[in-house]
Design a binder for this molecule. Structure first.
Ligand SMILES: [Zn+2]
Length: 294
């Protein structure tokens, strides 16, 4: 009989063979504004032979693609602490810490968990508070009050420590704007995996938020996202994987990792009608301003 961790390893080893081939590298480097290295290793392993430190392997694969800096994003206290420690060890990594909006309503002691997030927020290589926000897709009415209380507390932490706020917004555009407007948004807000249309993008752009586009912008059905990208100023754009999820076309269903960013940023340059190298340079500079220096 195998232990749960053995079966997870076995599953990861099996899925490791499913990583897509490396795309043509970028000439001008960019950063991945949102990745989950811990979940990638757990759920999919690493591309290649998998020898050595799996986090190093994912960082090295990304660097070969021209993705030379990453933001590791937490979803609960344990993953946030893991990310903060990993960022201390790896120069290419910075961390964001938070309780995910679907996690917050499940906690028996939300206040205690928020205190732990706040302690992590003070660490120098933690540069973002996220992912936090609202999700009416996976959290029902019964969890909504705790979700909103958690979001408001994260906004306050981001402001207290001067860190970027990284927002998860799933089927909750109006709630997210209402809560941000009522609390007063922090100086820097990143809409992670931007999922709205051009009208919502315009609302976010007007507020000075950054829109981070994921592999979803390559999906055939995502004309609304490409329209959103088309009206977003390059200075307010970011690109991300949300790895191991949201793998870009044509590799949907296979694991995602930061080395696949070139596929998404090429789609973004196409949607915005700008030169790829120029866009990469702009995104890189935005990353240094918002999260950096690494
Ligand atoms: Zn995420």
């Amino acid at each position: 009989m195998s232990s749960p961790s053995e079966s997870r390893r076995a599953k990861a080893a099996r899925r490791a063979g499913e990583f897509p081939p490396a795309p043509e590298p970028l000439a001008v480097p960019v950063f991945d504004s949102h990745t989950h290295l811990d979940l990638t290793v757990q759920e999919a392993g690493v591309p290649g032979d998998g020898d050595g430190d799996p986090v190093e392997a994912l960082i090295a694969a990304a660097a070969k693609s021209g993705v030379d800096r990453l933001v590791q994003v937490g979803v609960d206290v344990a993953s946030s602490r893991w990310g903060a420690d990993a960022a201390d060890r790896h120069p290419a990594l910075l961390a964001a810490v938070a309780l995910h909006p679907n996690e917050a309503p499940r906690l028996s002691d939300l206040d205690e968990a928020l205190r732990e997030i706040e302690a992590l927020a003070a660490r120098p290589r933690v540069r973002g508070i996220g992912e936090t926000g609202m999700d009416t897709f996976r959290t029902g009415d019964e969890g909504r009050a705790a979700q909103e209380a958690s979001f408001r507390a994260h906004i306050a932490i981001a402001k207290r420590y001067g860190k970027a706020l990284i927002i998860h917004d799933r089927d909750a555009h109006d709630d997210v704007l209402r809560i941000l407007d009522s609390e007063g948004a922090p100086d820097t807000v990143v809409m992670h995996c931007f999922s709205g249309d051009a009208a919502f993008a315009a609302e976010c752009v007007r507020r000075g938020f950054h829109l981070s586009f994921a592999g979803t912008v390559t999906f055939a059905s995502a004309g609304n996202l490409r329209e959103a990208a088309a009206i977003t100023p390059p200075e307010q754009m970011m690109v991300e994987t949300d790895a191991p999820y949201l793998t870009p076309v044509p590799y949907r269903g296979r694991p995602n990792a930061s080395y696949l960013i070139p596929i998404t940023v090429r789609a973004l340059a196409g949607a915005r009608g700008v030169d790829l190298d120029e866009l990469c340079g702009t995104i890189s500079a935005t990353g240094e301003r918002v999260f950096g220096p690494w």
